[in-house]
Design a protein around this ligand. Structure first.
Ligand code: ADP
Length: 468
């Protein structure tokens, strides 16, 4: 099958969260299955410095219209791990960050229009697989394609929807305002990019079974998006849990670690990494207590308040917490952490340090309010670090509480529950000091997090679409 993954980000080029992991590792898994897989994404300013070789391979250059505007883009290409990557280059992407700008609607409308033209010029894709709101109007645009192309939209995070004005339809996408006036693409008084994809893609999915159920059952959350899916697309909607890139995230080969390790020598391995990390951060390298960590976007979704609830309890158990994160709550997090000497906060995006912290930690905190899938809990388990998670979405599908006995690999608690989270913290400390973590680490480190099974589920989803 000839498949095009359309995305706002992908490792190793540009990543802000789990979507970047998803595209790169799923693309590789499709190539391994013998499928013809391509990825198309914007060429961001940060990539110019980090991947200058991309500029040498111009694949295409073309013009298209966004109502009165004449837009010209260049598309670069590079093949990596059996996947063809295409990069759409235009001034609007020449910035330091991927998203978060006032004109994001325009930037990603331009990206979608560029991809639409790209697909028409190279009209042999059978599946166009879109991801999140930044690509979600594409299935509607492809309705106008001369060749019938099957479309899939994966919702990685329903909280980000792309809210635009009615006029975006004609001004950015050359589409009739009738789509808005009829209610097809409208949510409240906005043109909603994500809803557009939900209404127009052949199949829609989210990234875990539990989150799919949560969306269908929650008609008021996410601005009513669950209700739209339930009422309009219930039978075309499913949940497929993400795999993990087990080549990138492998404590046996990870080059960022001070010492590589497997299950056979995880005690020494984790000890060496803990020491190296503490030394690197200027902390006491002889610290013997439980090390908790979080590597996360500091947004309300991620349960940042629950992490802050732990601060006053660290000293009592001689525990330490190290957090790497950025986001809208970073100042609040920094301010609250100042009085606590057992909290160390790294306020930046740091991929290298993240690898070392996963290996060095004993416990990983992920008290999300909602979590479509989550990648960090899978990485933690693979590195012999026990996850402490709220009982939602993909966390529910992948983490089993210690109280459940056989097969347990971490700690779970009910979401938004202060006592549950603090209680899970104390349960974790007790297990640490009683030296009883090994059976859970065993389950975690031996879990199958590979993409093989999920990639087959996606291929089955593609095949289930009727030819129009
Ligand atoms: P989300 O996609 O909602 O942000 P996930 O758990 O699916 O959450 O994925 C987060 C990914 O981003 C993980 O690989 C995590 O290690 C990484 N990450 C998040 N914040 C940082 C940071 N500040 N520095 C390095 N890596 C980070």
């Amino acid at each position: 099958m000839k498949i095009l993954l359309v995305t706002g980000e992908s490792l190793p080029y540009a990543k802000s969260g789990g979507l970047g992991d998803f595209i790169y590792s799923y693309g590789k898994a499709l190539a391994k299955e013998g499928e013809d897989c391509s990825v198309i994404m914007p060429f961001y300013g940060v990539m110019r410095r980090k991947f200058p070789q991309l500029l040498e391979n111009v694949f295409d250059q073309y013009d298209f219209k966004m109502s009165w505007r004449d837009i010209n883009v260049t598309v670069f290409q590079e093949e990596r791990d059996g996947v063809k990557f295409y990069f759409v280059c235009h001034d609007v992407f020449e910035r330091d960050n991927l998203y978060g700008y006032g004109d994001d609607n325009y930037r990603f409308a331009l990206f979608m229009m560029a991809v639409h033209t790209f697909i028409t010029r190279h009209n042999d894709y059978e599946i166009v697989h879109c991801n999140d709101w930044q690509t979600a109007v594409l299935p509607l645009l492809l309705n106008y394609n001369s060749k019938s192309i099957k479309t899939v939209l994966t919702i990685h995070n329903p909280a980000y929807q792309g809210w635009g004005g009615r006029n975006d339809l004609s001004d950015f996408f050359n589409l009739s305002l009738g789509y808005y006036d009829s209610g097809f693409v409208r949510m409240g008084d906005c043109f909603n990019y994500l809803k557009t994809g939900i209404m127009s893609a052949d199949k829609i999915n989210t990234v875990s079974r539990t989150h799919a159920r949560e969306l269908l059952n929650d008609h008021s959350g996410f601005g009513g998006m669950g209700a739209i899916i339930d009422w309009c697309r219930h039978y075309d909607f499913s949940g497929i849990v993400n795999g993990l890139d087990i080549d990138v995230w492998d404590p046996k080969t990870d080059k960022q670690l001070a010492m590589n390790y497997t299950y056979e020598n995880y005690v020494e391995g984790k000890k060496a990494n803990k020491r190296a990390l503490l030394e690197k951060l200027g902390l006491d390298p002889d610290f013997q207590g439980p090390l908790f960590s979080a590597i996360t976007r500091l947004s309300a979704q991620k349960g940042v308040e629950r992490i802050m609830d732990i601060f006053p309890h660290l000293e009592e158990k001689n525990a330490r917490l190290i957090v790497i994160g950025t986001g809208e709550m970073e100042e609040q997090f920094l301010y609250k952490s100042l009085p606590f000497k057992n909290v160390y906060f790294v306020k930046r995006y740091d991929e290298e340090l993240a690898h070392l912290l996963y290996a060095a930690s004993d416990f990983f905190l992920m008290p999300s309010y909602f979590e479509p899938c989550g990648t960090s809990q899978l990485i933690s388990m693979r590195y012999g670090t026990l996850p402490i998670v709220s009982d939602v979405g993909g966390l529910n599908d992948t983490v089993r509480d210690v109280s459940l006995g056989e097969g347990a690999n971490g700690f779970t608690f009910y979401n938004t529950d202060y006592f549950g989270c603090v209680n899970a913290y104390y349960r974790a400390c007790d297990l640490y000091w009683a030296k009883k973590m090994q059976p859970l680490i065993d389950v975690g480190m031996h879990g199958d997090y590979s993409w093989a099974k999920s990639a087959k589920e996606y291929l089955a989803l593609y095949r289930s679409i009727d030819w129009k």
